[in-house]
Design a protein around this ligand. Structure first.
Ligand SMILES: [Ca+2]
Length: 370
């Protein structure tokens, strides 16, 4: 997926999601009704050719009983509105400059998101410190992810995850491979956690809990951070530990920078350069392009040159490896920049020192984070 296709995902999540946090958490632990084994798949996916190979695959890889899978898949509902929504977000080429970053930023760096983040930070300060100590991820980035994904758990989605994943696996060819893997991971997750697969609710794309984890991420990175024996992504404590573990697992470095504004020498223009989190430039290339390198960029690898489409002059930033780690959450420069700026705003408002000193021999980057 390109950044373009994901640009509006969180906003749409927020529009569609219901306040299901407490309900989901309580109902998740309930035993669902046992389904009678079935000789064939009925219901919305009875005629779907990809269903039989899927059942075979889960039987071979994980030992699921085919008759039980057939019974379960007979309960899956095909949600046309999800397909329509995904189609509307399909990549549509490079947008023309129209202040896209101003609009994106305004959606996520609101007074409510900032105040909500400070409240969340205070309420969960000990847990955040513990997660930060264990996984090496500063609290402000954990809080910012939860804020941008679900407004700290206020909007976790009210779509049955099983229906969302079955619809996208079996009725949305463009992303069938991805969502088939996620449906597989979801059923493994449900079995491991002792959860009825018909119970969890999340986003229309099957993302779950405060951090909106997809099932494959759950299997790899979810942790039981409150020690109650369950990995519960709707529980703030488990969500905090899981997000920190996710970042650590994707290569977050505690002592490394995330992003800094790129200053251009007078007369220099970065317009000829490809920008985005997936670009990489050596310090030599950046200097040749007229970018004044801050001291911290030396020895910090090959940064990405980030371009933010603003209504006035375009803004350029350097994004380091930790910035690219944030994009593993959502493959979007704007997404990761919103996380970074919300994180830094929360850190400053809370009066916490920067995790990486930005001053250096050039002194250029003092006070220049935001
Ligand atoms: Ca737990």
């Amino acid at each position: 997926m390109s950044w373009r296709s994901l640009l509006f995902v969180p906003a749409i999540l927020i529009l569609l999601a219901g306040c299901a946090s407490q309900a989901s958490r309580d109902s998740l632990a309930q035993e669902g009704p046992r389904l009678m084994p079935a000789a064939e798949v009925r219901g919305d996916f009875a005629a779907t050719s990809a269903v039989a190979p899927f059942i075979e695959r889960l039987h071979e890889r994980h030992g699921f009983a085919p008759a039980e899978l057939r019974a379960l898949l007979s309960q899956a509902q095909r949600e046309q509105w999800i397909i329509d929504l995904m189609d509307r977000q399909a990549p549509s080429g490079r947008p023309s400059p129209d202040g896209g970053w101003n609009r994106y930023r305004a959606k996520f760096l609101t007074p409510q998101t900032i105040e909500g983040g400070l409240v969340f930070w205070t309420r969960h300060a000990q847990t955040l410190e513990r997660a930060s100590a264990r996984y090496g991820v500063p609290p402000q980035y954990i809080v910012a992810i939860l804020g941008i994904e679900t407004r700290y758990g206020g909007y976790v989605g009210d779509t049955r995850v099983f229906d969302a994943l079955a619809t996208l696996a079996f009725a949305y060819p463009r992303r069938a491979d991805y969502f088939t893997n996620e449906l597989e991971a979801f059923l493994v997750m449900s079995r491991e956690e002792g959860v009825d697969p018909l119970v969890p609710r999340g986003s229309y794309a099957g993302a779950m809990g405060l951090g909106q984890f997809m099932p494959s991420s759950f299997l790899r990175y979810a942790v039981d951070f409150d020690g109650d024996g369950r990995r519960d992504l709707w529980n703030p404590t488990d969500a905090i530990g899981s997000v920190a573990h996710y970042f650590q697992g994707h290569g977050w470095r505690a002592d490394a920078p995330v992003a800094v504004p790129a200053e251009l020498r007078q007369g220099a223009s970065a317009r000829a350069f490809k920008t985005g989190f997936d670009t990489r430039y050596s310090p030599r290339e950046l200097e040749a392009a007229g970018v004044v390198l801050p001291a911290l960029a030396r020895g910090a690898g090959t940064p990405s040159l980030l371009g933010l489409d603003t209504l006035g002059a375009d803004e350029y930033w350097l994004g380091f490896e930790n910035f690219r780690v944030i994009t593993r959450y959502n493959r979007s420069t704007y997404y990761a920049m919103a996380v970074h700026q919300l994180a830094e705003t929360l850190r400053e408002r809370r009066g916490v020192a920067p995790s990486v000193r930005l001053s250096g021999e050039s002194g250029l980057m003092d006070d220049a984070l935001l």
